[in-house]
Design a protein. Structure first.
Length: 223
């Protein structure tokens, strides 16, 4: 198994992250991180302040998004109309800009998510993700990601289908994501699948506050 360096997914969007970009960037610098990623849910509005804060603290900013993906961005069926447990309104997916073209494509994908795919969340689908893939790095995301959900429901054929599609579409720019707060069983199966398909794994934690003193505040915001 090959691992890539750990990066932190910071969340700055309303009601999800409590720290400011300056606090995230300073904390990352203080603990010796060389890079930090911003992956707000469904929005790119935090990119500029995070970029400036990271640069000011001498660390590399990785601009991205934790987006929402569905099989058809025009599908507005209610949950009650869905019988397959994996036929969900949306799954999570992490997209990172690899270069200027990738950032341009993230902006286009998010524009389409809001203008064409909005249903409960701003959603993309496989069609436009493939169309605007240049310069975009994809992580398989958290427990709400396509791969993790397929494994959770023991739908291994679906998991293999997704692995194949992402590997063929993104090549070395697709990574299987494992997280410390996943169950050990889930991480084990994700890593085993990554080995089978020759996909690198990336170890990431979500970061919703910059230090322990903010934990209670962040949890209260979610009540």
């Amino acid at each position: 198994m090959t691992y890539v360096p750990l990066h932190v997914h910071t969340h700055y969007s309303l009601m999800d992250g409590v720290a400011t970009p300056e606090e995230y960037a300073k904390r990352a610098s203080d603990i010796g991180l060389s890079a930090i990623a911003i992956t707000d849910h469904g929005v790119l509005s935090g990119h500029r302040p995070m970029y400036r804060a990271a640069k000011a603290n001498g660390i590399k900013p990785i601009l991205g998004i934790e987006g929402y993906i569905t099989t058809d961005r025009f599908d507005n069926r209610d949950k009650s109309e869905r019988t397959d447990p994996l036929d969900m309104v949306y799954n999570h997916i992490v997209l990172l800009a690899k270069n200027d073209k990738g950032l341009e494509n993230l902006n286009k994908l998010n524009e389409l998510a809001w203008t064409e795919g909005y249903y409960r969340k701003p959603r993309i689908d496989f069609e436009i993700l493939s169309k605007y893939k240049e310069g975009v790095i994809v992580l398989s995301a958290c427990m709400s990601g396509l791969l993790a959900k397929a494994i959770e429901y023991k739908e291994y054929a679906a998991a293999k289908k997704h692995m194949t599609w992402f590997k063929e579409t993104f090549g070395d720019d697709f990574y299987v994501e494992v997280m410390p707060h996943n169950s050990p069983e889930l991480n084990k199966e994700l890593l085993e699948m990554a080995d089978i398909y020759g996909v690198k794994a990336v170890v990431t934690p979500d970061c919703h506050h910059s230090d322990k003193s903010q934990k209670v505040i962040q949890e209260m915001m979610l009540l």
